[in-house]
Write a protein that binds this ligand. Structure first.
Ligand SMILES: [Zn+2]
Length: 298
């Protein structure tokens, strides 16, 4: 499993960290100069913040595609990017006035539009819902539009990061994996991850930053560790070590894991990128801060 470290500091992309990063479009948009990535990274669309703050997407698909093309060429090493999806948490629905179904329809319609506009970009479809049945209905909706999710290198699972019931998330994830999907669990909690890491290709989290707010700085220049690279990397290493050892149940206080460790790369992928538009090889395996920042504090 590949685990993306969520960060709101795009400059980290240029550091040779040996850890895949997840950076939000909200943190990159409008920057005159962009860092050159030293390794694979994923771009989150920042949908949770956008819908929570404004109740709608203020960016249209053409502008988002233009931004992604710029990130792809100027930053490079873009493994994949999230679509402009619509989360289905109750307070997001309250903000937009939509329903689970309308948010699913908007999410699917957005993916189809982005794919038409930019078939060359590694934009992944994202499944949204609340109940297990919702997620499968969303998957069916993609399939009805001739999107063969099982043939794609990666499919996102959204709206799971703020849930309290990890058993429910596990059921959702496992039932979707049973359809043959390579999944990225956006914002899965660390404890939950210990239950279903074997069923997903990737996940991500910026919850280290939350935790770091309550940790004294490691140097006089750090008031806390919420922006500390060293703290973030140590957190990432501990998380992977715990996952491998199956110890996550014994690591309370790790907090939530936001959307997207390291499987073998698909043949046909260039620069480690997944290509949603092309069939995925059988062996192929497999996103940020904005979401995790809105998660319950660690
Ligand atoms: Zn520090």
């Amino acid at each position: 499993m590949r685990f993306y470290l969520g960060t709101h500091q795009p400059a980290w992309l240029a550091r040779d960290l040996g850890v895949p990063l997840l950076v939000s479009h909200r943190r990159l948009a409008g920057r005159r100069s962009l860092p050159r990535a030293s390794g694979p990274w994923a771009c989150d669309s920042g949908g949770y913040s956008e819908l929570s703050l404004y109740g709608r997407w203020r960016t249209d698909e053409r502008a988002y595609v233009a931004a992604l093309r710029r990130y792809d060429s100027e930053i490079g090493h873009l493994a994949w990017a999230a679509p402009m999806d619509h989360m289905t948490e109750a307070h997001v629905l309250a903000r937009t006035g939509g329903t689970v179904r309308t948010h699913q329809q908007r999410t699917v319609a957005n993916y189809l539009r982005l794919r038409d506009l930019a078939p060359e970009l590694p934009i992944i479809p994202v499944l949204q819902g609340q109940s297990i049945a919702d997620y499968h209905r969303c998957a069916d909706l993609y399939e009805r539009h001739d999107v063969d999710l099982a043939a794609l290198p990666l499919v996102g699972v959204g709206s799971v990061c703020r849930r309290q019931h990890t058993a429910e998330v596990e059921q959702i994830v496992r039932s979707l994996a049973a359809r043959g999907y390579r999944l990225h669990a956006f914002g899965a909690k660390v404890l939950g991850l210990g239950r279903y890491a074997d069923a997903i290709s990737s996940s991500d989290s910026a919850s280290w930053s939350f935790r770091g707010r309550y940790v004294p700085g490691c140097t006089p220049s750090h008031r806390s560790e919420s922006n500390c690279l060293r703290f973030a990397l140590a957190w990432h290493t501990r998380l992977l070590t715990s996952l491998r050892a199956g110890e996550l149940g014994h690591q309370p206080g790790c907090g939530p894991v936001s959307p997207r460790s390291q499987g073998s790369r698909a043949r046909g992928q260039k620069n480690g990128r997944t290509r949603p538009g092309s069939p995925r090889p059988r062996q192929a395996r497999g996103r940020m801060a904005a979401r995790a920042q809105n998660s319950p504090a660690a």
